[in-house]
Design a protein around this ligand. Structure first.
Ligand code: PMP
Length: 294
């Protein structure tokens, strides 16, 4: 069965799912997106993803031509139409087709695309052994230029940092803000544990409000692990007992080295492992069920 993609209200086979070359998402990265996981027919924290999508759109003054309820229904319908139990959903809302100038007023209506496809999972070995990070020389875009809480189609900053990570043979790059403080990674948030307290950069340091980040904070509070959203420097991370990444694709990945410094004892830590186990229980329950037919 070919994968069906939702494009502006129609389900079309993957090969025919196209948008105009005049779309300002393509020409200027003018738009917003979401990445969402489906676990055993449960769309993980769908409402939270839709809320973040509408918040991002509002900030860039993009009016999505569907209500949040209609967007939820269209998302669930797209997964159901493909009959997938486990999937990765990509919602993309761009400014739409306009002319070659940047003026968004020339774009008649936003383009709405919903893709539900398979996901390339990280190998289990990564969760068992942990990953190494390097700090990128590219800094996170400062809030006064473009708020990193907007999940926009402008990822060049993160892409440049990812190129540095790959060149250094690392999975992910750590990104600092323009004050040299820890912000996040290229597609993941970052956490550390020191003397039993879980810490993560507060969002004003230049991080996306990750849905997995919020889920991990909820799980930690339930497990009575003290948590704080704070200001962190590289010194804090280098001297942490444990460090891990969170993201929709990554879930929770232990970090065992940063810039050649060993973290803790160089193995995934006990709290990281507990949070990952708790997350794997939560991911099939917390969200919305796909309305499969037949
Ligand atoms: N930071 C950035 C820059 C991201 O793109 C993402 C999403 N991949 C995250 C953090 C993690 O967010 P989430 O848990 O919602 O996937």
């Amino acid at each position: 069965m070919p994968v069906l993609v939702y494009v502006d209200g129609k389900m079309v086979p993957k090969e025919q799912a196209t948008v105009s070359v005049f779309d300002h998402g393509f020409l200027y990265g003018d738009g917003v997106f979401e990445g969402i996981r489906v676990y055993e027919g449960n769309v993980f924290r769908l409402k939270e993803h839709i809320d973040r999508l509408y918040e991002s759109a509002k900030t860039i003054a993009l009016e999505i031509p569907l209500t949040p309820e209609e967007m939820i229904r269209a998302t669930l319908e797209t997964v159901a139409a493909n009959g997938q139990k486990d999937a990765y959903i990509r919602l993309v809302i761009s400014r739409g087709a306009g002319d070659l100038g940047i003026d968004p007023a020339k774009c008649r209506k936003p383009t709405v695309v919903i893709i539900s496809d398979t996901i390339q999972l990280f190998p289990q070995e990564l969760y068992d052994n942990g990953a190494a990070l390097v700090t990128a020389s590219v800094r996170r875009i400062p809030m006064e230029a473009l708020d990193p809480r907007i999940k926009s189609l402008n990822y060049l900053n993160n892409i440049l940092a990812k190129i540095e990570a790959k060149r250094a043979g690392a999975l992910e790059a750590l990104m600092l803000n323009h004050h040299g403080l820890v912000a996040e990674c290229t597609a993941d948030n970052i956490f550390m544990i020191r003397q039993g307290t879980l810490k993560t950069p507060d969002l004003m340091q230049g991080a996306l409000g990750g849905i997995t980040r919020a889920a991990v904070l909820d799980l930690a509070r339930k497990a009575s692990i003290p948590c704080c959203e704070t200001v962190l420097g590289l010194h804090d991370l280098y001297n942490a007992d444990e460090v891990f990444l969170t993201g929709t694709g990554a879930e929770i990945v232990p970090v065992i080295a940063i810039d050649g410094r060993r973290i803790g004892d160089g193995k995934p830590g006990a709290t990281t492992k507990k949070l990952l186990a708790d997350f794997r229980l939560l991911r099939t329950k917390d969200g919305m069920k796909v309305p499969y037919r037949g």
